[in-house]
Design a protein around this ligand. Sequence first.
Ligand SMILES: *Cc1c(COP(=O)(O)O)cnc(C)c1O
Length: 454
Amino acid sequence: MILLKSIPKVDKFIAKGEFKGLSSSLISTISKRILQSLRESILNNEVDLIDENDLINKVKKEYEDITEPSLQKVINATGVIVHTNLGRSLINEKAFEKVKNVATSYNNLEYDLQKGKRGERYAHISKVICQTLGCEDVLIVNNNASAVFLILNTFAKRKEVVVSRGELVEIGGSFRVPDVMASSGATLREIGTTNKTHLRDYENAISEKTSMLMKVHKSNYSIEGFTSEVDFEDIVKVAQENNIIDYYDMGSGHLIDLPYGLNESEPSVTRIMEYNPSLLSFSGDKLLGSVQAGIIVGKKELISKLKKNQLLRMLRVDKITLALLEENVKSVLLGNVDEIPTLKMLFTKTSKLEENASVLKSSIDDICNCEILETQTVIGGGTTPNKKIPTIALAVKFKNYKPNKIEKLLRAKNIVGRIENEQFLLDFRTIQENEIKLIENAIKEIINGNAENE
Ligand SMILES: *Cc1c(COP(=O)(O)O)cnc(C)c1O
């Protein structure tokens, strides 16, 4: 048990010069834990030598693990524009700069500067959204999942909501329409079949228990063949004839027409608003290209009921969300689509992507074997299921490395690409222009670094 005696004493250990300049209380907690586990290992006869330098390095490594930022910048070279795992939508720097002033100082979040008394949190955003969409009123909540929950809980608790069987979807992150409905207190009234639902199915399902006809965007699947679904326009008409609410959970609502012929199957919120619906909801950070938020638009009278639900207090958004959303929607209203990175990426011509790919290719041509490819990608985020859009990728090969080895080496430098047809690809649909140089440097470091090791 001689070893137990040679375990460094905490006080002496944490006073070591190697820990100079670091938080002494954090060093102390980590050191106590590491020294304690060393003691246990000795008692279990798992240790036969104590190396103090080893211990110091262990403590420093843990210190770094804890204090380094965990959320970091990543280069998205997957080509998937709305990539939920990679943070969905980017905020442009100009908008972020404007919002900085609001976030880093006091502000009029709930204060009416003209009247000198309490104001409304959501008023800041209503003018710009209602102007853009032609709606009576708007409410912003934490995300679209919250929007669905709040709407069902407010209007359909202990009542029935009619939904087509073809739309009872599960979306990533365990959001399942039937389960959300159950927890909101609403009763699901399923109609139609998986592949076909008719207008008469909606009409026949309506009874005195019905509060709402709901449509849900299919988001991540599509069905082909012998199918039919009812247009929301007709659902709105039937609901209004029967004096009940119509509601469309649009998933990813976009404000302008999509390119590549996608606008036919995926109409914008603006177009859906022409049907004069009761309520619509959609995400702030899918194709809208802004922050995480759930946007509810529709009839003033219904929105004001939503505002009175106690639940809203739990789902409300903060000043940063509102300020960024205001800036981003304003960009759309003013026609400055280039200020929304998500839309800018979506609309960029493949000739421009090819130009960017060539810049990278020529900078690394002498050290690795690259080829520019025309291929396809998806928008992602449950926005346009099974729809492909054209893109340009650089297939990167070096040494005799297999694609998954290259993928791993680049991922270690926070560059996430994809493997397609047994090739590692960097997809330029999602690579920002100022990231090309960073990728070049990373590839050079990998190749030169590995050369030194060999
Ligand atoms: C994505 C999606 C949601 C959830 O939206 P979040 O903003 O991620 O909470 C809900 N419904 C549909 C149809 C969706 O596509």
